[in-house]
Design a protein around this ligand. Structure first.
Ligand SMILES: *Cc1c(COP(=O)(O)O)cnc(C)c1O
Length: 237
């Protein structure tokens, strides 16, 4: 068995035991393999094991891998999740290629993605990234500004608002890990109480996916636990 296969099985076992602990159906949590800095070849190796959802953080690197892999028309098709910071001059490349964007934190970016989504593609599935730290300068929309952003994003024709994403600071204390995830779930519940129909909580990574699943994560974004530690950023596929 390859190292990659061992890791892939282990991550699935972690997801399944967390689901069991939480009394949740394991099918209610989907694994996104975060393939930043990893090559197209590594993506294909994981796909061969059955992994179809991949997460990318850097536009240039995402485009290179998308261009390399899309002509292959693998089955099941690759599903691309853009999870990194998005600048306004880079939105088109993502709007034309991604299936999901998790990192919307301002209306201008949402509007551009909607305008630039090709008419022959289904609506781009999106999450709003929330900054739960309360500190200015962090990625994500402040909690206080979330409702108006959700309302405006939900109106955009090229997008389908699915839920919320957060990237809390790493912690090794399981109780501490759960706090921000619980907060994100409360924010989602609150939006749904105001008439939204959101079904997605994108939260949990290699070090804290159990805590996230216990608090209701539906998408976990896992890099290191699958592929091993990352080296310096690679921008070529
Ligand atoms: C890198 C990254 C991940 C994966 O982190 P690991 O700790 O390697 O699992 C998840 N989400 C985002 C937004 C990331 O940038």
């Amino acid at each position: 068995m390859t190292q990659l296969e061992t890791c892939w099985i282990q991550v699935h076992q972690r997801i399944e035991s967390a689901c069991r602990l939480a009394g949740r159906d394991p099918d209610s949590v989907q694994l996104i393999a975060v393939s930043k800095t990893r090559t197209a070849r590594e993506i294909l190796a994981l796909h061969a094991l059955g992994q179809a959802r991949f997460g990318e953080n850097y536009v240039q690197e995402f485009v290179a891998k998308w261009e390399a892999l899309t002509p292959r028309a693998v089955v099941p098709p690759l599903e691309w999740h853009f999870i990194g910071a998005l600048q306004r001059n880079k939105t088109r490349a993502v709007a034309e290629r991604a299936d999901w964007v998790h990192s919307i934190d301002r209306l201008k970016i949402a509007q551009r993605l909607s305008d630039q989504r090709p008419a022959d593609r289904p609506a781009l599935q999106v999450c709003l990234q929330v900054d739960l730290s309360g500190e200015p300068g962090k990625a994500g929309i402040a909690e206080a500004d979330l409702e108006p952003l959700a309302a405006a994003t939900a109106e955009l024709p090229g997008l389908r608002l699915r839920g919320l994403m957060a990237l809390p600071p790493p912690s090794t204390d399981p109780t501490e890990q759960r706090r921000p995830f619980r907060r994100l779930r409360e924010l989602l519940d609150r939006l749904n109480a105001r008439g939204h129909r959101l079904d997605t909580l994108s939260m949990g990574m290699s070090g804290d996916l159990e805590a996230a699943i216990l608090e209701g994560a539906t998408l976990v974004r896992v890099g290191t636990a699958l592929f091993g530690p990352r080296n310096a950023q690679v921008t070529q596929a």
